[in-house]
Design a protein around this ligand. Sequence first.
Ligand code: ADP
Length: 400
Amino acid sequence: MKILVVNCGSSSLKYQLFDMTDESVLAKGLVERIGIEGARIKHTKTGMDAVIRNTEISNHKVAFKVVVEALLDDSHGALKSLDELSAVGHRVVHAGEKYAGSVMITQDVIDALEECVPLAPLHNPANLMGIYAVTEALPNIPQVGVFDTAFHQTMPGYAYMYGVPYHYYEKYKVRRYGFHGTSHFYVSRRAAEILGKPVESLNIVTCHMGNGSSIAAVKGGKSVDTSMGFSPLPGVIMGTRSGDVDPLLVSFLSDQEGIDNKAMSHVLNKESGLLGISGVSSDLRDIEEAADAGNQRARLAEDMLYYGVRKYIGSYAAAMGGMDVLVFTAGIGENSGRAREGICTGLEFMGVKLDLEKNNVRGKERIISTDDSRVKVLVVPTDEELVIARDTKKIAMDRN
Ligand code: ADP
């Protein structure tokens, strides 16, 4: 059974083709600069060098046609015919309160996702364009939606509500939704598997730290709290996002600077975070280098990141009544031993003991706490595409 996983951004389309008999990746790629000059596809058949093709790609429908051509290509393709493809799984960012799990895409689902566009104005339109593109090219193929928000739908009301008048929740659905759900789901399960314990028996804090970062409290396998909220802005300091700020900063700064809501949201989303504090870069590698060279603002940005994540870990341990497992994933979490050490330093009182030698690891699954550490600390590379492929397989098979 072959399954294609599609992840559309506003000007990009990422894809992975899985053979679900052994969950291997047959091919993967990325279409970039859709609708912009200089569009291209980078396609890699497993075991072969990447092939890059520059071609005009005016929209996501054209992009998907280019992907299909690459997948069917005689030399670097991975399919002889499209009939080999059993289903397509889509990453979709926002499903609001409608779906707490993955679903077969029907017209009702599309309508619900269109309704969620105001909640995720940057992401859902792109995800929907992917669905429309696949529907046009392969009208009879089953399509499954896997949502970033779904895993966090188990949060209790007291965790997801904001202390604003209740009628705003009723009228506009303003509440904490949380994101990166597929990643928090995957790494929490995988950590339990590695430790040989049922996930239902564990209190796990998962730290997904990449360009965007979120921390989640996973109790008995269910998300009970997470640091992102109504939007992906709050929580810990990120590459260019501010993370938590006093909401009154927004009106204060827009008054002082004479800028409107849109410009203010640009400041908070694109000019803040590690970049805004350090003035150096949004990339933690550059920050680490600058801090080592004596740049004090880079050091401050790094310290703010570690301190912020440490506080979330402490508060989520309190929220769950304890913590058994701490998991690091995504670009920073998987690769920066220095960030993991910076975060865990000071958590010894909670039973976290990092093994500094084991912590010297990049992009590999590994337990990095000492044997006598009460809390097990792990690096687990995330694999959102695999979760999407698995859900798609299950839902498409249940249908037959
Ligand atoms: P995204 O959120 O866009 O999917 P990633 O999960 O790929 O991003 O994370 C990207 C970030 O990971 C980079 O901006 C960089 O800060 C960080 N990163 C990657 N490798 C390292 C490393 N070796 N050391 C420190 N940070 C790293």
